[in-house]
Design a protein around this ligand. Sequence first.
Ligand code: NAD
Length: 260
Amino acid sequence: MLKGKNALITGSTSGIGLGIAEGFAKEGMNLVLNGFGNAAEIEKLRADLAAKFGIKVLYDGADMSKPDQIEAMMRKAASDLGGIDILVNNAGIQHVAPVEDFPTAKWDAIIAINMTSAFHTTRMAVPYMKSKKWGRIINLASAHALVASPFKSAYVTSKHGVLGFTKTVALEVAENGVTVNAICPGYVLTPLVEMQIPDTAKARGITEEQVKRDVLLAAQPTKQFVTTEQLAGVAVFLCSDAAASITGTSIAVEGGWTAH
Ligand code: NAD
């Protein structure tokens, strides 16, 4: 049922987005990859996925903090593939600092990339989905869309915003066969998490090992990091017919974190 559908995943050169891209490729979906990284490595990734799964795989390096680049990516993807059936808003960044020291440029970048980019991709994607009477929009929010942690004011704000946006658009397109949902992961050991460990250690005055054990995994009752494969499985499920009545909601994949 998903074979031949066209999926665009922002921030899919690394981590969770890449895991979802691989999960979608296994289902036979065509892909538009996006994100930063080494050009030769990205081209190898693109070509390998296309060859291994016999699918079309495009890459667009649009910067998710730049609305004009997002618009150009959405237009090109739609014209090259004929339309985007599945949109995954995943690109995201983090910065950890007490609010009084939080760099204002970092605040602006986090809000733009984590939250506002989903508005731009979604507004460009919805008309085609409505015309086809089928579509799936999946927003990678976070457990931090449901609960807060100190020193992550911009990130927590952006993720709560994404959840509000998810609910609003879901209501707007509910009669058009289009579902809009958020996945709220707990900690996944991707570069985004690895890079915040030193800053968290500094902000809390503890060692990096203590951050992993006493901050990150302390939040997750399973004491396990969530995996990108698990998140890809949830994203594939949200695209399936079985999930056609799931819309305007969030699925927490956080090892029990928000049950505390
Ligand atoms: P990651 O750093 O491994 O990957 C982020 C991706 O976004 C990369 O492909 C990167 O190139 C891309 N990106 C960053 N800035 C961009 C920009 N301006 N324009 C285009 N692409 C850009 O991070 P990840 O952990 O895989 O995170 C993916 C999403 O999942 C984020 O929205 C993050 O907030 C969310 N999330 C992650 C975790 C976690 O524990 N890793 C938990 C909950 C939610």
